[in-house]
Design a protein around this ligand. Structure first.
Ligand SMILES: *Cc1c(COP(=O)(O)O)cnc(C)c1O
Length: 341
């Protein structure tokens, strides 16, 4: 899917945060069609190399201190350079072999990167450092999924890099998932999709299925207890839910210690044995409660889908006032993982 949208551009498959909760090695294998892997965590990058990964690995926040320099060469990692502290460290400590770097341009997001005042100095420092084999340029869009779009940042990026001597041949990397799906003109030479690779939509108003995306992760559990409740009774911690009508409730073995958001309110969708239902009352550490009223044959042992196949994490996230990214990344280590081909 990302390949189809990327056209001629090469793909950095973004696998930070344990591949958005999906498991590093699993993701690296699944993204065999990607040209490179983009990550934040040094230890994860090293583990990938140790496991035989040969593609380029981009460190999206670069390196953090002098102690990291040796690892750049040892593991052939491509750091993003976004501040002068990094440039100074690289000038003082030479990696054992020349490295490729990405120079990050702050084109308006004001998170990481060099501004118009400092970009040229950063560029020259890196280009004149004999330990730096190549310098590519990148920027990140703040609102590719929103009303501002990407054009303003793209234009400003173009302005900013014009004075950089010898820049026409330099590869550029712009697009995250939202930009890749919505703005073909904003691809650059290397795109950086993340969330779409895991089957969620980067857009609040557009469903994953309508974009042709299929969820990679399904969080499932089952009913471990059933309660019959009458009007006036209360459910869960804080007695937060007040029963209005006679209901059958199911207790599901899944809670915030598994990564289910505690702030998901009553009414957040779930699937019980494939039927639409919703959660009732407060999510607790190990359990949550769902409405089984009207679900045929509902009882202990019945499967529950918290998100994934049949119920996009996007919908659960919207109900809980967050984004699918946060749900996927929060999947807890204690959750057993079953791989399905
Ligand atoms: C996380 C990240 C991406 C991927 O973003 P998605 O919205 O998941 O596609 C791309 N670029 C950078 C710099 C990132 O930090």
């Amino acid at each position: 899917m990302a390949r189809r949208h990327a056209g001629e551009a090469k793909i950095w498959a973004v696998i930070k945060a344990n591949a958005y909760g999906h498991g590093l090695r699993r993701a690296a294998k699944a993204f065999a069609a990607a040209d490179g892997l983009a990550i934040i965590e040094f230890d994860a990058a090293a583990r990938l190399r140790d496991a035989g990964e040969t593609r380029p690995i981009l460190l999206l926040e670069g390196f953090f201190g002098p102690q990291d320099i040796a690892l750049l060469a040892e593991y052939a990692l491509t750091p993003v350079i976004h501040n002068f502290t990094q440039i100074e460290i690289l000038a003082k400590i030479s990696p054992a072999a020349p490295i490729d770097v990405y120079l990050k341009v702050n084109s308006g997001m004001n998170r990481l990167g060099f501004t118009v005042d400092s970009l040229e100095a950063a560029w020259q420092a890196l280009r004149s450092n004999p330990c730096v084999r190549s310098v590519a340029l990148m920027t990140h869009f703040a609102d590719a999924d929103g009303p501002s779009g990407v054009q303003g940042q793209l234009d400003w990026f173009g302005e900013m890099i014009r004075p950089l001597e010898g820049n026409p041949a330099v590869p550029r990397s712009f697009a995250n998932s939202a930009a890749l799906l919505r703005y073909p003109e904003a691809r650059g030479d290397w795109v950086r999709p993340g969330i779409m690779l895991y089957g969620c939509s980067p857009f609040a108003e557009q469903r994953a299925a309508d974009l042709g995306l299929r969820p990679a992760m399904t969080l499932g559990s089952e009913i471990i207890a059933v309660q019959q409740v009458l009007p006036g009774e209360r459910v869960g911690y804080g007695f937060a839910y007040k029963v209005e009508r006679e209901m059958t409730l199911g207790i599901v073995a899944c809670g915030y210690a598994d990564g289910y958001p505690r702030h998901a309110p009553s009414g957040t969708p779930v699937l019980v044995n494939g039927f639409d239902s919703c959660i009732v009352g407060r999510v607790s550490m190990d359990m949550l409660c769902v409405d089984l009223t009207g679900i045929p044959g509902a009882g202990v042992g019945m499967p529950v889908t918290l998100w994934g196949e049949g119920l996009s994490a996007d919908l659960v996230a919207a109900a809980a006032g967050t984004v699918s990214y946060e749900l996927l990344c929060a999947l807890a280590p204690r959750v057993p993982v079953l791989e399905v081909a």
